[in-house]
Design a protein around this ligand. Structure first.
Ligand code: PLZ
Length: 444
């Protein structure tokens, strides 16, 4: 790894070069596209991002759960360089190539369940979700789709409708796609009657809503993130996901697991569904699959995926050969370096530190997540669970100024989340956690 795995601050964050670039950003880029931490990046690798002022920041975000194998990961770089020199594009729908097949074979083998599967490749997570819904509607001949409170599935028109949160994702962007129905999520920390009753009551409510407001016979699919991402790293109450999946099966409804953020070793397994022994009918993937190159996939039961007429699925760039080569190298890296185990080790490193924070600060209401997808939810106090978005922003700003790239999330903007590259070393991660502690000390 050519970048020294060390935090270095040479200027204030952001430094003068980043500030100058940011002035150009304001003049050239739509204000609709915002930046969380406007340091402009020159290089990145392992757990470090180097900016144009020579600052080296610790990365707790992985570009939103993408660079699990690290930035510019050696095997990925080598595979991309080889592929880009061979050919960059033909369009798989025109003249196909082996790399696309190899990625689909990997997806069919790695996603949960040993049944016969088929896959199709796309460019972004949202596009994968769109296509999963297309396939589910086509296969079932039904139109309704059920999504959950706090869900995030993308920013295109159909996926905006599936996404729960208005601001910033939906506000003023309607009308939204029809036949999307929302049901409560089994959110243990905020379930009115408490954690113990959460799974059963949320399931009863789910069944009641779908039955009375939608009709099982009209429902093509239920789509769910096995751990909700943008909505607040909400781990559904144990048993909830499996019960919903089983109920779907009983009613001929397809169960779609959106593993775009949770997939590819992030939560300590290849896929988060495995933790609950859930075998989805369809899985959507993106983000971590290709080490930072844009690639997404839909993998599902062969009978479901093969129900679509020839030419019904596709797109100019879907399964681009360079992105496929990157994915094969990233998957190979995850397998040989056992990055699922590394995600579990990262959880073992983070948990006690987060628990110490919770013991010290009344405002840390909940610690949750799995593997290297962890978060703390910040509230007014232990007794008053009013979301504390102000403290969340203050902690975030402190971390940024100290050279730690952090992300927030949550329906109420009060969740502080951790998504480090799985290849970041313990020393670097511990230093990041030291900064987090200092941020709490300075901000509470
Ligand atoms: N499904 C579960 O997490 C993307 C969004 C960042 P795309 N999450 C990061 C932002 O603010 O735009 C995501 C996800 C889940 C779908 C998506 C959409 O994936 O590749 O961003 O389209």
């Amino acid at each position: 790894m050519s970048i020294e795995q060390k935090r270095v601050l040479t200027t204030a964050i952001p430094g003068p070069r980043s500030r100058a670039l940011h002035a150009r950003k304001v003049a050239a880029v739509s204000s609709g596209v915002s930046t969380g931490l406007p340091i402009y990046v020159e290089r990145a690798g392992g757990g470090i991002v180097v900016d144009v002022d020579g600052n080296q920041l610790i990365d707790f975000g992985s570009g939103i759960a993408v660079t699990s194998v690290g930035n510019a990961a050696p095997r990925v770089v080598e595979a991309v360089q080889r592929q880009v020199a061979d050919f960059t594009h033909t369009c798989f729908m025109v003249t196909p190539y082996e790399e696309y097949l190899a990625v689909c074979e990997q997806l069919n083998a790695l996603t949960p369940g040993d049944h016969e599967k088929r896959s199709a490749l796309f460019n972004s997570g949202a596009e994968a979700v769109e296509n999963a819904i297309k396939v589910a509607r086509h296969f079932t001949g039904r139109q309704a789709v059920v999504a959950f409170d706090h869900a995030y599935h993308g920013r295109t028109n159909l996926t905006m409708a599936l996404t729960a949160k208005n601001m910033p994702y939906k506000d003023g962007f309607g009308p939204f796609a029809g036949e999307i129905h929302r049901v409560p999520m089994a959110y243990p920390y905020r379930w009115p009657t408490g954690r113990e009753t959460c799974a059963d009551e949320a399931f009863a409510e789910f069944v009641q809503r779908v039955h009375t407001q939608v009709g099982e016979q009209n429902t093509a699919a239920v789509i769910l993130e096995p751990i909700q991402g943008e909505g607040g790293f909400i781990v559904p109450a144990p048993g909830f996901v499996a019960t919903v999946a089983r109920w779907c099966k009983d009613h001929g409804i397809l169960f779609i697991a959106d593993e775009i953020q949770t997939g590819f070793c992030r939560t300590g397994d290849w896929f988060a569904s495995e933790h609950e022994d859930v075998v989805p009918d369809i899985v959507t993937v993106a983000k971590g699959i290709a080490g930072g190159l844009p690639l997404a996939g839909v993998t599902g039961r062969a009978d479901v995926m093969d129900s679509v007429h020839g030419g019904g699925l596709g797109g100019t760039y879907g399964g681009n050969p360079v992105a496929c080569a990157a994915a094969l190298a990233a998957i190979e890296t995850m397998r040989t370096d056992d990055l699922a185990a590394r995600a579990r080790a990262i959880e073992a490193l983070f948990r006690p530190r987060l628990e110490a924070l919770a013991a010290k600060y009344d405002q840390v209401g909940d610690i949750r997540g799995r593997g290297a997808m962890l978060a703390v939810e910040l509230v007014a106090s232990a007794d008053d669970k009013t979301p504390n978005a102000a403290l969340t922003s203050a902690v975030n700003a402190f971390c940024h100024h100290e050279g730690l790239i952090t992300l927030t999330c949550g329906t109420y903007g009060n969740v502080f989340r951790f998504l480090p590259p799985l290849v970041a070393g313990d020393d670097l991660l511990s230093e990041g956690l030291d900064i987090l502690e200092a941020a709490f000390a300075a901000s509470v």
